[in-house]
Design a protein. Structure first.
Length: 193
C-alpha cells in the first residue's frame, strides 16, 4: 500500500504544518536577527547617545559580573556556569562592537596603530581565558584564580580604553561621526544581545 509522504517537504497533512511552522520559525529567526540592528541603528541616529558612555556602562557591567564570579564558593558550580555564560555574552557583544566599529576608527582616524593592535590582542587573550574557564570543571581549585587573572586583564584594558584611547578617538571625530558611531555600536551589540 502506498504511504502518503509525511516528510518536511510534503504538501498538506502533518508534514505541511511542520514545514509551515519551520518556515515561520526561520522567518522569525531572521527577523529577530535583522530587525533589532535596524531599529538600533535608527534609534542610535535619533537619540545620539554618547557611544563612549555606553561602552563605559558595559565595562561596569562586565566588571560587576567578574566580581560576582570571584565571590562564588567552590561548590556553586551551577551559579558559576550561569555567571560565566552571562559574562561571555556581554563580553562578546561589547568586543564585537569595539572590534568592528571602534578600533578601526582608532586606527584610521586617530592614527593609533600600536594601541589598536594591543587592544585587539588583549581581546584575543580574554577569549582564551574565557575558553579555559568554560573547559575547567567549575569546582576546580584553580577556577577562581583564572577568574581573577581575567579580571585584572580586563581592568587594565578598560583603563587603557577609557583613560587613553576613547578620549583620543573622541578628539579625532566630529560630532556627526560620533553620532554615527553611536548607531553603529548599538547595531553591532544588537546582533548578539
Ligand atoms: Fe576592548
Ligand atoms: Fe571596552
Amino acid at each position: 500500500m502506498a504511504r502518503r509522504g509525511t516528510g518536511l517537504l510534503s504538501a498538506g497533512g502533518v508534514g505541511g504544518s511542520v514545514a509551515a511552522f519551520a518556515g515561520g520559525a526561520v522567518v522569525a529567526l531572521i527577523a529577530s536577527r535583522l530587525l533589532p540592528p535596524l531599529f538600533a541603528q535608527a534609534a542610535g541616529s535619533v537619540s545620539g547617545r554618547d557611544p563612549f558612555a555606553a561602552l563605559a556602562d558595559d565595562h561596569r557591567h562586565i566588571m560587576a559580573l567578574l566580581t560576582e564570579m570571584e565571590q562564588t564558593p567552590q561548590n556553586a558550580t551551577f551559579r558559576r556556569t550561569q555567571l560565566l555564560l552571562r559574562l561571555k555574552r556581554r563580553l562578546a557583544a561589547h568586543a564585537l562592537a569595539e572590534e568592528d566599529v571602534v578600533y578601526p576608527l582608532l586606527h584610521d582616524r586617530a592614527h593609533e596603530e600600536g594601541d589598536t593592535r594591543r587592544l585587539y590582542g588583549e581581546h584575543a587573550d580574554m577569549k582564551m581565558h574565557l575558553s579555559a574557564l568554560e573547559r575547567m570543571p567549575k569546582d576546580d581549585p584553580d577556577w577562581l584564580g583564572r577568574v581573577t587573572e581575567l579580571k585584572m586583564l580586563i581592568a587594565e584594558h578598560i583603563h587603557q580604553e577609557e583613560a587613553v584611547d576613547f578620549p583620543k578617538l573622541r578628539d579625532a571625530l566630529g560630532r556627526r561621526a560620533i553620532a554615527r558611531l553611536s548607531g553603529n555600536v548599538r547595531r553591532e551589540k544588537a546582533l548578539l544581545l
